[in-house]
Design a protein around this ligand. Structure first.
Ligand code: PEP
Ligand code: MG
Length: 561
């Protein structure tokens, strides 16, 4: 039996046939002409047939899709028959251009026009570009781009997934995700965890697996085995049974000896918050406010902001909700705040630093958060992303206080903040460790790069030492401030135990992870967690830290985690 190995980023064991993500559609050559110059109407008719076929297929898929995916597919299906798109393409065809090139150019013009209109219309730009690629694929007889449509379950193999692809990912049909690129903190990994799908990233060579081949994916071990036998079938069956039992979180995060560790949710808006409350999260540990306004060309108005934040607060009456101010930049560009031409965006003007270049936006956001908080009963805490110095922490605390917000905090995701935790925590009320960025900056490894996945691993002892330093700084003489974790590390049950052992007071994660983390945490005493943390921090490598911790937590194996 042949095996492939990568980095396991979302646990679970499943067997299924492989389907590959089709190659992106390439641009038809400029100047490509159709072959019926005397009868351009035939070429126009071919375009119409192709656009109709694309529309019908998208409509069919919208009919069976659920949630966000349904809305995305409906919007795209309308765009496929857009009269403006077809009319401008027909004009180009009448001048001799091939239907594929014509729809490509017409799509570009429509996209540019929508982009210039701004607001809601600008957000449709991606739909037009998606539709033109689908029409070109149809005209060329190539597979449609995006996640393959299928009525039977499969394991999706891709180089990496774009955010737009994942919007149409149906977890009822996709059994697991395997990528040859992508890192543990990549978009694919975060989505897989939020959907509860087993996933392996950075698995070199998987592009070569024949479509339809039956494989066994182990999302905890990070392995893919071809042509599984009875052992793998038994493991997949055992996981199915364990997963069914592990879907419910009791609503209280606590060690077996009664040490409380509230388990909170990471959310991107009101819809997520409602789901998180249903999953019994004890509050929100990270509201990524930039997710409410991604791709916006202009600063959201105060009314829009109040509505977005209040929707989250109302899902958690009387409970803690930690709002993070806009974390724009690098992998999350907000066109009204960030400069896409920066040579090195992860080290550039992102997060709190946008206050240097666009003063006023942060103050207006804090005011909107305070206004929304005054209309709700949630216990609202506010934190700034990418804080690097004690001066920045002090300035942020002042802005919060001016806005009438009582509980200011910082994210610790830059190594300087971990090293200076004592001084920084002297200025604010709490800290939250953003282990995704803290890992990328400690290891100097882009979190989106599959080729650096081994470095970009929060089990790296250097990262664990950063966590330890931060907690020690928070407990310095004169003040005792809570330190939570809201990076993906908190969603890994074994790593969660290590973090609690290091002194972290809350863990915030995708709601899907609550039950698993809750169960494993409840299987150890605080003293055991501290001992396991000691073993992990003293390890020489990430693999050794992980193996040492997992060896002390046999419950993981029995829960299939
Ligand atoms: C982090 O960096 O760990 C974090 C929680 O922030 P984000 O993933 O949104 O950058
Ligand atoms: Mg971050």
């Amino acid at each position: 039996m042949e095996n492939f190995a990568g980095v396991g980023v979302s646990p679970g064991r499943v067997i299924g046939p492989v389907r590959h993500m089709p190659m992106p559609v390439s641009e038809p050559p400029a100047g490509e002409r159709h072959d019926t110059p005397d009868a351009p109407e035939q070429a126009v008719a071919a375009l119409k047939v192709a656009s109709k076929a694309v529309q019908e297929e998208l409509k069919r898929r919208a009919g069976i899709a659920k949630g966000d995916g349904k809305a995305v597919l409906q919007a795209t299906s309308l765009m496929a028959a857009d009269p403006m798109l077809l009319k401008s393409a027909a004009k180009l065809i009448n001048n001799g251009m091939s239907p594929a090139r014509a729809v490509w150019e017409a799509g570009a013009s429509v996209a540019e026009m929508l982009h210039n209109l701004g607001g809601y219309m600008a957000e449709r730009t991606a739909d037009v570009l998606d539709v033109r690629a689908r029409i070109v694929a149809e005209l060329r007889g190539l597979p449609a781009p995006g996640i393959p449509a299928s009525d039977t379950p499969f394991i999706l193999v891709a180089e990496d997934l774009a955010p737009a692809d994942t919007a149409t990912l149906d977890p009822g049909v996709v059994l697991a995700l395997v990528t040859s690129g992508g890192g543990p903190q990549s978009h694919t990994a975060i989505i897989a965890r939020s959907l509860g799908l087993p996933a392996v990233v950075a698995a070199t060579g998987v592009e070569g697996i024949d479509s339809g081949t039956l494989v066994f994916v182990d999302g905890a071990a990070g392995t893919i085995a071809l042509n599984p036998g009875s052992d793998e079938e038994a493991a997949a069956e055992a996981y199915r049974a364990a997963a069914a039992a592990l879907t419910v979180f009791g609503g209280v995060g606590v060690t077996s000896d009664g040490h409380a560790v509230p388990l909170l949710a990471n959310v991107g808006g009101a819809k997520d918050a409602v789901k998180a409350a249903e999953a019994k999260a004890q509050g929100v540990g990270l509201l990524r406010t930039e997710f409410c306004f991604l791709e916006r060309e202009t600063e959201p108005t105060s009314e829009e902001q109040i509505e977005a934040y209040k929707g989250v607060f109302d899902a958690f009456p009387g409970k803690k909700v930690v709002v993070r101010t806009l974390d724009a930049g690098a992998d999350k560009p907000l066109p009204f705040l960030t400069d896409s031409s920066e040579p090195n965006p992860a080290l550039g003007v992102r997060g709190y630093r946008t206050d240097f270049t666009s003063p006023g936006v942060l103050e207006r956001q804090l005011k909107a958060i305070a206004d929304a908080a005054s209309q709700a009963t949630a216990d609202v805490w506010v934190m700034a992303p990418m804080i690097s110095t004690a001066e920045e922490a002090a300035d942020f605390a002042k802005l919060c206080s001016n806005a009438g917000l009582q509980t200011p905090g910082v994210m610790v995701e830059v190594p300087s903040a971990a090293l200076m935790a004592e001084a920084i925590l002297g200025e604010v009320s709490f800290a939250s460790l953003g282990t995704n960025d803290l890992t990328q900056y400690t290891m100097a490894a882009d979190r989106q790069l599959g080729s650096l996945a081994a470095l970009n691993n929060s089990w790296q002892p250097a990262v664990l030492r950063m966590v330890k330093l931060t907690v020690e700084g928070s407990a310095a003489e004169g003040h005792e401030k809570p330190v939570g974790v809201c990076g993906e590390a908190a969603a890994d049950p074994a790593l969660a135990v290590v973090l609690v052992g290091l002194g972290v007071s809350t863990l915030s994660m995708t709601p899907r992870a609550l039950a698993g983390v809750g169960a494993v945490l409840n299987s150890v005493t605080l003293a055991e967690a501290q001992r396991i943390a000691g073993l992990a921090v003293a390890a020489r490598t990430a693999a050794e830290a992980r193996d040492r911790a997992r060896a002390e937590l046999p419950v993981l194996e029995s829960l299939g985690l």
